[in-house]
Design a binder for this molecule. Structure first.
Ligand SMILES: CC(C)(COP(=O)(O)OP(=O)(O)OC[C@H]1O[C@@H](n2cnc3c(N)ncnc32)[C@H](O)[C@@H]1OP(=O)(O)O)[C@@H](O)C(=O)NCCC(=O)NCCS
Length: 158
């Protein structure tokens, strides 16, 4: 399977924060942002794997650095940063934009692991990914450490 450039999976989504997405203080629910993150990561992984079926195996910790209010815009950017045999690590960065002032703030960022599913309903191999820019190289080279961390976390007895 031919390796694909990281940029090929780049996906950008823009969402307007509406009243049903927010609490009584007009701040967006964290769960809503998570749903957006899951969606954009899924599209990015589907682009990379060129498959319609991918599932989210895990979402790394998500810290909310700032909120977004009704009328703000959320911009989500995702791309595949590394791959295993059947899994893809996807990085998602979310920023909020105040359309009146133009102020942009980082809302959150996270890494997700998505797995490509074959026609038999089982995990199926995905192409490798390669970085092209210096920024992409940083994500790519730090991926094995994150993968190792996840493996150990899953092994932790509950
Ligand atoms: C994720 C899932 C497909 C893994 O299936 P499995 O039978 O355990 O398959 P495998 O053990 O072969 O793992 C497949 C890949 O997933 C990775 N994986 C499995 N669990 C993982 C986890 N918790 N975090 C990160 N990666 C994980 C494995 O490392 C492996 O990657 P690799 O092929 O690149 O080495 C399966 O657990 C599943 O379907 N989970 C539910 C997914 C879902 O429905 N998500 C939506 C929200 S509920």
């Amino acid at each position: 399977m031919e390796a694909r450039a990281m940029s090929e999976s780049r996906t950008i989504q823009t969402k307007l924060v509406l009243p049903p997405d927010t609490n009584h203080m007009e701040s967006i629910f964290g769960g809503k942002v998570l749903a957006y993150i899951d969606e954009v990561a899924g599209i990015s992984a589907m682009k990379h794997a060129r498959r319609h079926v991918v599932v989210t195996a895990s979402i790394d910790s998500v810290d909310f650095m700032s909120s977004a209010k009704v009328g703000d815009v959320l911009e989500l950017e995702a791309n595949v940063t590394s791959t295993g045999r059947t899994s893809m690590e996807v990085y998602v960065r979310v920023k909020s934009i105040n359309l009146e002032t133009g102020e942009e703030r980082l809302t959150t960022e996270s890494f997700l692991t998505l797995v490509a599913i074959g026609d038999d309903g089982k995990p199926t191999p995905v192409p490798a990914v390669y970085p092209e820019t210096e920024g992409e190289k940083l994500f790519f080279e730090s991926a094995p450490a994150r993968r190792e961390y996840r493996k150990n976390r899953v092994k932790t007895p509950r």
